[in-house]
Design a protein around this ligand. Sequence first.
Ligand code: SAM
Length: 214
Amino acid sequence: MFQTFRDNVLFFREFSRHFETTGSIVPSSRFLAAAITRHLARRSDSPIRVLECGPGTGVFTNQILQHLQAHDTFDVVELNPAFAEVLRSRLATDRRWQAAANVTTVYQMPLQEFASSAPYDFIVSGLPHINFPTAIVEQILDCYLRLLKPGGTLSYFEYMYIRPIRKAATLGIDRNRILEVDALMNAHLGKHRVCRDSILLNAPPAWVQHLTHQ
Ligand SMILES: C[S@@+](CC[C@H](N)C(=O)[O-])C[C@H]1O[C@@H](n2cnc3c(N)ncnc32)[C@H](O)[C@@H]1O
């Protein structure tokens, strides 16, 4: 309860400081967290590699950690130092998180600059793509495919109808960027999407997109 309150306060503070990269006023709901990790929940017992992008205060992290086993690898990439610090401190002090602390590494850096020695079986992303410049979205979508194992699962979310709403409501110089990002996302989803979940119990309601590549 206190943890949730503290996370909400931090999230709001970071939203007011860095609204474009934070992308939301409050963390996602546990219903969205369950949906975005549902493929991971059906994992086999062989060791797996999991990457989380943009964990914020860790609502998806909390869910991912419940599915990890001793020989897995879990890498977490977060741009914002305040969020990275919260995650590191929780891994050191929260009893439920400590169990997976030795397979978990938090990297405080932009995903576009993250390199890994091996690809991942599961990638879970909370990045607010619609807020980024077109070139960054292109780099991030390339990163996902480069970092995902063939046959692996990439899951990310977007608020329901956010792209059509932003397309209709954005005028001036930002309009071109919205149109370009929308086209990039549509092409990416058209080529790689496996299925989509609708999550109404989230503020605002969201779609979880699950993708793969060969
Ligand atoms: C919409 S919040 C999602 C937070 C959390 N996953 C949730 O759903 O509550 C977006 C998160 O992505 C992080 N972020 C934004 N751009 C990033 C980038 N280029 N690389 C890594 N993290 C980034 C933000 O700092 C923030 O923590």
